[in-house]
Design a protein around this ligand. Sequence first.
Ligand code: PGA
Length: 252
Amino acid sequence: MKKIMAANWKMYKTQQEAKDTAKKLLELIDGKVKEDREVLICPPFTSLSVVADVINRYQYMKLGAQNFYPAIEGAYTGEISPKMLIDVGCEYALVGHSERRHILNESPEFLAQKVEFGLEMGLKIIYCIGEKLDQRKAGKVEQVLTDQLEKGLAKVSKEKDIVSRLAIAYEPVWAIGTGEVAGEKEIYEAHTLVREKLIEFIGGQAKDIPILYGGSVKPDNVKSIINIDNVDGVLVGGASLDANSFSQIVLA
Ligand code: PGA
C-alpha cells in the first residue's frame, strides 16, 4: 500500500503564498520521493486551483480539499460541492477533521452523509477520527474511536470500487497543534484497533484501507511514526506550512 504524506494547510496562505510553497516543495522533493509514496496537499478552497496548476504534471502529487457539502449543487450559500472540487483537480477530501467536529460542531450524522456522498461522487475520502484528552484519561479511547467509525461509515457501500477510495486518519485531538505527539505505543494500539474495527464493519477488504496518523507530526518524529504497524501515512498541519519542513517529512 502506498504511504500518503498529506499536508493540511487549514486556513492559512493566500494564493501567492500557496503557489510559492508548492513550487518550493517540488524543488526540494522532485526526483527524491520514494515510489511507494504519494504527496497530498490540502490547501484552502481559494488556493486549490493555483496549487493544481503547480503540481498537475507530477504523478505522485495529489490535490485535496479540507471539506465539502454533500450535494451536487443547490441553494447552499457558502458551500462547495464534490463536483466543484473534482472540476478544480481534487482527488481527495478530508471529512470530520477535529476542528470541524469541535469548532464547527458538525454532527456524526452529517459527517456520515459526507463520507457516503463524497465516495459516491468519486472522491477519495480521508475520514478523521480521534479522542479528546478527557476521553483518553477516562479510558474511553476504544469506545470513542469505535463510535466515530461506526457512525461515520454507517452508510458506506461495501462495493470494492467505493471502499478502495476510503482512508482513515487517526488524530488524537490532544495532539493536534499542541506539539504533544502520541507515543509509539499509543499510536500502535489505536491503529490496530482501527484496523480491527474496519474489518469488522466493512469486511476483509478493509485491510487495504490506509490509516494515517496525525497530530504534531514533525521532521524529527515522522520516521519512527511512519514505521509503526498499520500506519500508512501522516496528516500534517503546522509542519506542512513550510516547504522545508514538509519536504523533510515527505522524504523521511
Ligand atoms: P498538526 O495538525 O500537525 O498541526 O498537529 C494536524 C491536523 O490537524 O491535521
